[in-house]
Each structure stands twice: as structure tokens, then as C-alpha cells.
Design a protein around this ligand. Structure first.
Ligand SMILES: *Cc1c(COP(=O)(O)O)cnc(C)c1O
Length: 462
């Protein structure tokens, strides 16, 4: 498989190349040249394990970069670390409503699903090449801990992870800062998540430094992560009768990585009726997909902080398709967006998007009410992100005869204060993490300044 940039001016790469590159050199994101078709094969995948479906989904994207035996071993290793045999189990919460639990990995959020595999892919490819990289990432909470958990102790990787100071939950911060392996470097930035993300982009665009430090990314722009996230859309749909029956998904959305994976699965031939983008009150995507108004505002802190985002990086991948896969047009639109903070989607583009997507912005009160109501109706305690998804599912247009699957993206114990306030219940950490609040923390604090960050990283790599 060959991969091209959404901005049309970066080298074409293979799977190994995009795995290590992260962001393309023209500032765009890598996407496959075409989407492999799975429609004819789906019926034959019924009853397969999660790992077996993962192998089928990943193999065409990996192409010649990995042997089938190696790919199979990496998948088995990644999902062996999960606390549930089904890896991503499906739970019924209403007559035709389901929750897909994506939080059974080591850091209790859905990002483990992709990251456990990505860490192993990195290690395999880098060891084979005898190379070292510096993974530079920005996290609104869950990406960071998932990346650190997946990359800690690997000799070929140093990790520099930025988080917005004071804007991630204590559990999220401690899951990152209590990992004391020598290759892990946490940095609290005095700013928002978007500031952190902008710093990462700035350093990636300083090409000389980027090459010298061998910068690499594992955040949700990495194509391998997207592919790993397509798998649970397929397993959930198969459980509910695909390919004979369509399924809809409601996805708590921030950076647009998770729901874009659903879009990829649909493009590959999975019968998805509708994809519901569920946002919190940081509603840029809801405005974009409802009214064509993709324009940033101030980030507003919420009880679902992993979605407190105004610029959704992966949305560029969808735009590229909506603009007919024209790299120059996509680059022009995004240059305009960068300059003005605004991008108006034309009527055609918006209509195309709305054939597949619906979008619902969920405010804080409705998020809390949804947590309380879910407990009352089902006995289940859900985290605030999953509650945004459930409220999005309830508020979306569409055919109620089609099963609706809401992605449960975090374990409630990751957000204990918000869960307690909404439900009166104190969610407990699983036994393997019970001493998290006693562990030693280590992190640096830096201003929102690219030169300061560059100097910090230069000192780390020596
Ligand atoms: C990252 C995250 C999201 C948003 O996913 P995107 O791929 O950024 O849209 C939702 N919920 C939780 C718990 C997350 O960690």
C-alpha cells in the first residue's frame, strides 16, 4: 500500500514510512492511495476473535512492510494486555442501543487499543533498522498515558509528552508522570491542549531540528493508529448482524481520529448507516457538520477534558476526500483556516459529509443527566466522555430500527470527581492501579514557547 499526503506535496511512502513519519513534510496527513474493499469478505469473518479480525483489517494496509507472522505476533501481544477476553466487548443499554467498551486496556481509555499495537510496531521497525527516534506528542489526557504505557522502556524510543498544565485530571496526569523509565519525559505546558498541539506542529515544521532530533509522532495523526481503530467498528457490526444488517455509531469526538476510523471502515465496505459526531460544548465539529461553519473559538474546559479541542487534526483527512482528494485544494483551504481561524464548507461539500455524518453538541448539564439516567435505567456507571456519546446517540436523526452503538471511550474511574458529582457513586480503579495516588511523579514545566521546548528536547537527546 502506498500513502499520499492530504496536501499533495510530500513524498509517497509505504506503511513503514508513514508509521515513522507521523505528519507529512508538507504539513499534511498521510492517507492510503485507496481504501481496500472488505465487503465481500465480511460474512466470512463472523465468529472470528478480535485478534483475527485485526489481522484481516491491518494486513492490506501493512502491505510488504511486515510479514504475516510478525503482524500476527504483534497483534496477539497488543491485545493480550487487555483485561477482557473479547478485547472490546459490546453491552446492551436499551432496546436497540449498545455500548462498545473500549476501556479494558492498561490505561483505561480507548487510546490503548491503537497505542498498544503502535508501540510494538515502532519497536519492531526501529530495531530492524537499528534506529532511534524521539516521539514528540501533545495530549489532552489519554493519548499521553496510552503512549507512555506502550513505549516505556523501549531502547529505540525517547518520549517527550506535552500536556496542558492543570487541565488534565489527576488520574490522567499521574498515569503519565508516575512512569519513571529513563526514556519517558513529561512536560506540563502553561497553556491549553491546542497550544500544546501547536507547539508540536511548530517543531515538526522546523525541518532541520526535526531531522536532527529524529522527531516522530504517535498522536492520532499517525495512520497506524487509525487503522487499529477501524477494527472494533468491524467486530461490533459483525456482532449485530453485519453485513446483512446496517449499524450506526455515536462517537465521543475531539481530534476526529476515532470517528474517522469508522469512516474508513465504511469506505472499505462495512455497512454503517450513520456516524454521529458527539462533541461537548467545544463544538467546532458540530458547527462544521451542521452548518458548514468550521471556525475555532476559545477552548472551554469541560468534565470530558479529552475532547476539549477546537482544532481537530484528523478532520483534514475527511476534508481531503470531500474535496475530491485534491491535495492543492485541501492545502489552500487549510492555509486559509490557519490564517483566519475560519473555513466555510461549501454546500456540495457539506451535503456529501451529511450523507454519512450527523453531529450533536452536548452541554455539561445533559452530560451529567445522561450519566445519572444511564445508572438509573441500566445500573451502569459511565464516564463523562461515554455520556456525551450516549446523549449524541439520543439526539441524532435517523432510523431507530438500525442498531445504535455508542463508543464508551474511558473507564469511569479515570474521571472520579465528575462521576461522583453526577451519580453519587465513587468509581474504583481496578486493583492493578490501586496505588496510583501514592506513586512518585516526575515532570518538567515549560511556558508556551517553541524555543524553550526545542532547547529542552535538545538537552534530553544530548
Ligand atoms: C481521545 C479521546 C476521545 C476523542 O477521540 P478523538 O479520536 O480525539 O476524536 C474521546 N474520549 C476519550 C476518553 C478520549 O481519550
Amino acid at each position: 500500500m502506498r500513502y499520499i499526503s492530504t496536501r499533495g506535496a510530500a513524498p509517497v511512502l509505504d506503511f513503514e514510512g508513514v508509521l515513522l513519519a507521523g505528519l507529512a513534510r508538507d504539513g499534511g496527513l498521510y492517507v492510503p492511495e485507496h481504501f481496500p474493499a472488505i465487503g465481500d469478505r465480511l460474512a466470512g469473518w463472523r465468529g472470528l476473535s478480535y485478534q483475527a479480525v485485526a489481522f484481516e483489517m491491518l494486513a492490506p494496509f501493512a502491505g510488504d512492510s511486515l510479514s504475516p507472522a510478525t503482524l500476527g505476533d504483534l497483534i496477539d501481544g497488543a491485545y493480550g494486555s487487555f483485561g477482557h477476553d473479547a478485547v472490546c466487548p459490546l453491552v446492551q443499554v436499551g432496546p436497540n442501543d449498545f455500548l462498545l467498551e473500549l476501556f479494558h486496556g492498561p490505561t483505561l481509555a480507548f487510546k490503548d487499543v491503537a497505542m498498544q499495537l503502535l508501540g510494538r510496531l515502532f519497536n519492531t521497525v526501529l530495531s530492524r533498522r537499528g534506529e532511534q527516534v524521539t516521539v514528540l506528542g501533545a495530549t489532552s489526557g489519554d493519548t499521553g498515558s496510552a503512549a507512555i504505557e506502550a513505549l516505556k522502556g523501549l531502547p529505540s524510543v525517547k518520549v517527550v509528552m506535552l500536556h496542558p498544565k492543570g487541565r488534565v485530571s489527576e488520574v490522567q496526569r499521574r498515569q503519565m508522570t508516575t512512569v519513571l523509565d529513563g526514556n519517558i519525559h513529561n512536560v506540563a505546558i502553561e497553556g491549553t491542549f491546542d497550544d500544546c498541539q501547536a507547539l508540536v506542529k511548530t517543531l515538526f515544521n522546523r525541518l532541520e531540528f526535526r531531522d536532527k532530533a529524529r522527531l516522530s509522532a504517535v498522536n492520532s495523526i499517525n495512520w497506524a493508529r487509525i487503522v487499529a481503530q477501524t477494527v472494533y467498528y468491524v467486530t461490533a457490526a459483525l456482532s449485530l448482524g453485519a453485513p446483512d444488517r446496517p449499524v450506526s455509531f455515536s462517537v465521543p469526538t475531539g481530534n476526529f481520529g476515532d470517528i474517522y476510523a469508522g469512516y474508513v471502515a465504511k469506505r472499505m465496505g462495512l455497512p454503517i448507516e450513520r456516524l454521529v459526531v458527539a462533541t461537548n460544548r467545544n463544538d467546532i465539529l458540530a458547527r462544521a457538520l451542521r452548518a458548514g461553519d468550521y471556525s475555532t473559538g476559545q477552548v472551554q474546559p469541560t468534565i470530558s477534558p479529552s475532547m476539549d479541542i477546537q482544532v481537530s487534526s484528523n478532520f483534514e483527512r475527511l476534508l481531503f476526500d470531500l474535496y475530491g482528494r485534491d491535495g492543492a485544494v485541501t492545502a489552500g483551504a487549510l492555509a486559509g483556516f490557519q490564517a483566519t481561524g475560519k473555513l466555510a464548507l461549501g454546500a456540495n461539500v457539506l451535503a456529501k459529509a451529511r450523507e454519512i455524518f450527523d453531529a450533536v453538541a452536548v452541554d455539561e448539564d445533559l452530560t451529567r443527566e445522561t450519566m445519572a439516567a444511564t445508572l438509573r435505567r441500566t445500573g451502569l456507571v459511565v464516564d463523562p466522555h461515554s455520556a456525551v456519546g450516549l446523549a449524541g446517540a439520543a439526539g441524532a436523526r435517523g432510523e431507530r430500527a438500525v442498531p445504535m452503538v455508542t463508543l464508551a471511550t474511558a473507564h469511569p474511574a479515570k474521571f472520579p470527581a465528575a462521576v461522583r458529582a453526577a451519580t453519587g457513586i465513587e468509581p474504583k480503579l481496578p486493583p492493578r492501579m490501586a496505588d496510583l495516588y501514592e506513586r512518585e511523579e516526575r515532570y518538567a514545566v515549560l511556558p508556551h514557547d517553541a524555543d524553550a521546548l526545542q532547547a529542552h528536547i535538545a538537552a534530553i537527546i544530548g
